[in-house]
Design a binder for this molecule. Structure first.
Ligand SMILES: [Zn+2]
Length: 182
């Protein structure tokens, strides 16, 4: 198994735009496998490479029993239709907020062999593709919330158990200036 730890909200890698994939080599295929296995292990609908700490433009998805991946995605929207509904993120575990997305999407990109592929998605698959492509631009779904809901989300993140578990590491910082006692 190649289940890897998932980076959580607050990790700078989640805010860093990812680089296009240029080498379709064995290393990339291993990354696709790691992404897929970690996503399936966590029961997520999608997982983007930056969530495993890798700054490359690819993600895996698992929607309606279809498991796949997409590399260097470019999104286009065939219409103006929107959807609104609960969205979550493996990097912001346990928290779900209604997020507006486009209903339909056409995502063009490549597979792990460098062959051109297209993912045509509606509803959940479309939501997933938009969410994961945002990750590649350093955007998280909480950024898409209306101001009121975003305030609520940021409060919930501050109070989340997984977030507070990170805090003790600050005490062992070799830079006392940045140390905070809670
Ligand atoms: Zn996510």
């Amino acid at each position: 198994m190649a289940v890897k730890p998932i980076r959580l909200f607050g990790d700078p890698v989640l805010r860093t735009p990812a680089e296009p994939v240029v080498d379709f080599d064995k290393e990339l295929r291993t990354l696709v496998r790691d992404l897929t296995e970690t996503m399936l292990d966590e029961g997520g609908a999608g997982l983007a490479a930056p969530q495993l700490g890798v700054g490359l433009r690819l993600f895996a998805f698992d929607v309606d029993d279809v498991v796949g991946h997409l590399i260097n995605p470019v999104l286009s929207f065939p219409d103006e239709e929107e959807q609104d509904g609960p969205e979550g993120c493996l990097s912001i575990p346990g928290l779900y907020f209604d997020t507006k997305r486009r209903l339909n999407v056409v995502a063009s990109g490549q597979d792990m062999h460098g062959e051109p592929v297209q993912v045509v998605g509606t509803a959940l698959l479309s939501r997933c593709v938009q969410h994961e492509t945002d990750h590649l631009d350093g955007i998280l779904f909480v950024d898409r919330l209306d101001p009121e809901t975003k305030k609520e989300a940021m409060k919930a993140i501050r109070e989340a158990e997984w977030n507070n578990q990170v805090a003790p590491q600050i005490k062992v910082s070799p830079h006392p200036l940045f140390g905070k006692t809670r």
